[in-house]
Design a protein around this ligand. Sequence first.
Ligand SMILES: Cc1cc2nc3c(=O)[nH]c(=O)nc-3n(C[C@H](O)[C@H](O)[C@H](O)COP(=O)(O)OP(=O)(O)OC[C@H]3O[C@@H](n4cnc5c(N)ncnc54)[C@H](O)[C@@H]3O)c2cc1C
Ligand code: SF4
Length: 494
Amino acid sequence: MSPTALVLGDQLHPGNPALADAGRVVLVESLAGMRRRPLHRRRAHLVLSGMRHLAADLRERGVEVVEHRGAASLREALTAHRGEELVCAEPAEPRAGRALAALGVRTLPDTRFLTTPEAFAAWAAGRRRLMMEGFYREQRRRLGLLLDADGGPEGGRWNLDAENRSRPPAGLHAPEPWRPREDEIDAGVRADLDRWELPLWGEDGPRRFAVTPAEAQTALEDFVAHRLAQFGRWQDAMVPGEPFLFHSLLSVPLNLGVLEPLAAARAAEAAYRAGAVPLASAEGFIRQVVGWREYVWGMYRLRADEWPRDDALEARRPLPAAFWGERVGWACLDGVVDGVRREAYAHHIERLMVLGNIALLAEAEPWETVRWFQGVFADGAEWVMAPNAAGMALHADGGVTMTKPYAAGGNYISTMSNPSWCSSCRYDPRRRTGEDACPVTALYWAFIARHRERLAANPRTAMPVRTWERFGAGEQAAIAERAERARAELARSS
Ligand SMILES: Cc1cc2nc3c(=O)[nH]c(=O)nc-3n(C[C@H](O)[C@H](O)[C@H](O)COP(=O)(O)OP(=O)(O)OC[C@H]3O[C@@H](n4cnc5c(N)ncnc54)[C@H](O)[C@@H]3O)c2cc1C
Ligand code: SF4
């Protein structure tokens, strides 16, 4: 008898190995999973929509599908399949894999990534530092992406990041990204979410992200045709009122499995070869997809059980309630959280340099912060959040992923946003003391002071420590006082 395929919400790829010779397919919408912690309504919607679209597509192709909508839990739903041989693609989180094994489900190797955990571990073995750049170059060579006739990097350089860090000019505006048209499946999901009484957060709205292979292909084509050319140059830019800028919005279909990473990378390369986009844009996008994304995946699996325990900077404060939408009066934080509340999205620099940076400076407890990111972003998943939030943003891994903490004061936020977040703020990013001093700037210097021994030992972070030491005792005390007030403002929002 053919096995029964169990398909999880982030395994919607047509190449899912469990589907290969399945006699029947089971999809479980577990309420226990959705009640575990607050979840953005749009995230819940898109995952359920993706699962139901897959079910409809399989049925159309004559496959028997059993859907457990609103099941109390996965365990409870699977009791209906006792006696069947259940197979499932290996979940991204090893903990989930162990839970499936305990339920008698056999797992098959995952095929959603270009790099297996074993191949990444082999790459990592014996290396003193696991730098993304080295991994990325090997990916380019191995996959034959953007290489010249001699097998070297197209254009002579592997890394064009220096061309991708421009400050946005006034009035920078990006074309509206393509969005899917909702159908009766989406209407059904919306009705179920209305009646299930889940701990949902954030605003509802028409579905923004692709959840089927066909939608993902359209989203990719739209991005390549209309936004990729500018993607590189403005990759690090923040423009209030332009939440998507020239970003691709492809993390959702990639993470659900409905878009293949190599297809996305090849589409960018083809646009460059056709002369439609500059090399810096194609390289910047390919670096994100086959470099960062695969590196993060490999790093997650390499130390999956360690991430939740990481706390290198001994950050123990609760995540401020400003992250849940309580206003604190800091234009940057309130503005980016507003965008997340509306769209379940913020682009990479807003995530790293506003949300992650402020959580770092506020000493927010790392795993609570990871869980927040995971719940409120459309593309949230533990495998990608742990290295990005706990590692890259909060430095909780002590430098395994990044050689230095990404701490920054208000000046960075002011420079990389235009119109500057700071121009609509009651504080002044250049000031670290006094009534109108920027709380982010004061917290930054307090961070430097608190971790000065660690930072002084690293040549890349020693300079700000020397600057801190040059401040007189009076100024140091005034900064500490402003930082304390900033913490109180955040605590009031808690
Ligand atoms: C604190 C923090 C939390 C993050 N949480 C997530 C998350 O939960 N899910 C998620 O998919 N990404 C996460 N990222 C990575 C990155 O910010 C998002 O992938 C990206 O912003 C998604 O938007 P986009 O599709 O428009 O990306 P684009 O800017 O268009 O980039 C193209 C693609 O590259 C990939 N990518 C780029 N950077 C990264 C990265 N650092 N790690 C992994 N993939 C990357 C994504 O698949 C993305 O779709 C996080 C980054 C930070 C700093
Ligand atoms: S002044 Fe400071 S708090 Fe206000 S927006 Fe700028 S960085 Fe944020």
